[in-house]
Design a protein around this ligand. Structure first.
Ligand code: CO
Length: 146
């Protein structure tokens, strides 16, 4: 009896790392213009967090590609405005110090991750989004470091 409860607790913890630990963030996307969350919270005390993006859809990256890009809210327009020029070879991510973190562009069945030094970023609100042309208009959310 006791053993069974213990095993169930381990399975639950493995299935929901974001709930158990703000230092590991998992985001899912599919064949639609939406992340499964629009509000991510983490703590500067984590030091470095790993953001993992998982594409659960079936469409290819050139059709329904998604990535994770992080900027200050005030830099969102500049970075998204330069995304098309950067092009698919650069994952639609411009070379700019305004880009605080970014992953590659992925398609269905793929996953990718990036490490973000949130201790260095400091407490505050940041914006995360998909920089695939047009997606950022609705694929975005708030990344809060406390
Ligand atoms: Co996208």
């Amino acid at each position: 009896m006791f053993k069974r409860i213990f095993a169930a607790a381990i399975v639950t913890a493995m299935a929901s790392p974001a709930l158990a630990d703000d230092c590991a963030i998992e985001i899912e996307v599919g064949d639609a213009l939406a992340y499964n969350t629009t509000a991510i919270s983490t703590k500067a005390s984590c030091g470095t967090v790993t953001v993992t993006l998982k594409h659960t859809g079936a469409m290819a990256a050139n059709m329904m590609g998604h990535n994770f890009v992080l900027t200050k809210p005030g830099d969102f327009d500049a970075v998204t405005g330069a995304a098309i020029t950067a092009g698919p070879d650069k994952n639609y991510v411009p070379d700019s110090d305004k880009v605080l973190a970014s992953t590659k562009l992925i398609g269905g069945g793929e996953s990718t991750s990036v490490e973000v030094n949130v201790e260095k970023l400091g407490a505050g609100e940041y914006t995360f989004f998909c920089s695939f042309p047009g997606h950022w208009a609705i694929m975005k959310g708030t990344f809060t470091v406390s």
